[in-house]
Design a binder for this molecule. Structure first.
Ligand SMILES: NC(=O)c1ccc[n+]([C@@H]2O[C@H](COP(=O)([O-])OP(=O)(O)OC[C@H]3O[C@@H](n4cnc5c(N)ncnc54)[C@H](O)[C@@H]3O)[C@@H](O)[C@H]2O)c1
Length: 321
């Protein structure tokens, strides 16, 4: 069997910092290259092969892919929703520019007989205020109101186009909000559902930047990593959606997660001070219909709200004092 040589861009991010070790465990630490932007995280220096550089630099990325004979790319570089609203030009340049570069390099290599498989994440941010918000279908209205969402819709259409026109094997998931404890989230609208655990453990209280009643689809990191690898390992005949798959685990609102935390930390109190992120959350789905992912490549989530809260508190509890 041919050895996979994998490149993960955005490797220091919330998702990359957990995907890289998972891939290294599976494919060997010398076969998974982590691309960091400016610095290498402390605990990553000796963990496997890595490079530092700017993903907007096409020549640099192309050289990297060619020199190391990369066969699979997980392209996670991105500027997320809340950050993107503060700097829409940066969000556009990074999210669209780096994706187009990666696709064009893969297209060029394919012309030379070298196949590259690509994973690129979309998001529930691809939906917008005109999208049906309950059990949002796989195929529906995509009219996002954030620049981040605009780049996700355009990205979905672009990867679908490159699949159809150039037969590139690109696969994608519309991640919901991802909850994890190893690395802090990178400036998204669902970050409250991670911050709340820090508040609970440090001060037994948390002020949410989203209001009570704001339902959003969410997923525990373990499920997100497994979904990503399972999608990439699925037989290509099973991948029937080449824009991006709806995928979800649970939907909850701030009061529900607070109630679940209170089962472990009885004194915990939540209060509310919504900011600009409330408007973004109000334009996103409350819940997602991911039946296509479940039918096509057998997606199943493992973590519900109770399991997730208990695992978060156990793991974060040992590092947050
Ligand atoms: N975390 C979530 O809840 C979530 C939900 C939906 C979709 N996604 C998508 O998943 C991907 C990864 O998300 P994340 O949460 O890990 O993001 P993150 O912000 O934590 O990490 C993104 C990484 O990209 C790097 N980066 C930014 N610009 C770069 C550049 N020019 N060159 C090289 N590196 C650069 C940053 O340094 C950062 O480490 C993104 O495409 C995001 O849109 C994430």
């Amino acid at each position: 069997m041919k050895t996979e040589k994998i490149l993960v861009s955005g490797a220091a991010g919330q998702i990359g910092s957990e995907l890289v070790p998972a891939l290294r465990q599976k494919y060997g630490k010398d076969n998974v290259f982590a691309l960091y932007h400016r610095t290498v995280p402390k605990d990553a220096a000796n963990a496997g092969v890595h490079v530092i550089g700017d993903a907007t630099n096409k020549d640099f990325i192309e050289k990297l892919i060619r020199e190391h004979g990369i066969t699979t790319i997980y392209h996670l570089v991105g500027v997320l929703s809340a950050k993107g609203e503060q700097d829409p030009d940066l969000a556009y340049a990074v999210n669209m520019g780096t994706l187009k570069n990666v696709l064009d390099i893969a297209r060029q290599l394919k012309n030379e007989g070298k196949e590259i498989k690509i994973f690129w994440p979309s998001s529930i941010a691809a939906f917008g205020p005109t999208t049906p918000r309950d059990k949002t279908p796989q195929r529906t209205i995509l009219e996002p109101s954030t620049m981040y969402g605009v780049t996700k819709v355009a990205g979905e259409l672009l990867v679908n186009y490159y699949f159809r026109k150039y037969a590139l094997d690109i696969r994608s998931l519309r991640y919901p909000g991802i909850i994890s404890w190893k690395t802090p989230p990178g400036g998204g609208t669902t970050d409250y559902a991670v911050e709340i655990f820090y508040g609970a453990l440090k001060e037994k209280k948390y002020t949410s930047f989203l209001n009570a009643g704001t339902y959003l689809p969410m997923m525990y990191m373990d499920d997100a990593i497994r979904a990503t690898i399972e999608l990439m390992e699925a037989d290509s005949s099973k991948i029937r959606i080449r824009t991006s798959y709806n995928i979800t685990a649970v939907s909850f609102e701030p009061e529900e997660i607070a109630r679940e935390i209170k089962k472990h930390i009885a004194e915990f109190e939540i209060s509310y001070k919504p900011d600009f992120r409330q408007q973004i959350a109000d334009s996103w789905p409350k819940s997602i219909d991911d039946s296509s992912a479940r039918a096509d490549w057998n997606w199943r989530h493992h973590f519900g709200l109770a399991e997730m809260v208990s695992d978060m508190l156990k793991n974060l509890g040992s590092i947050v004092k």
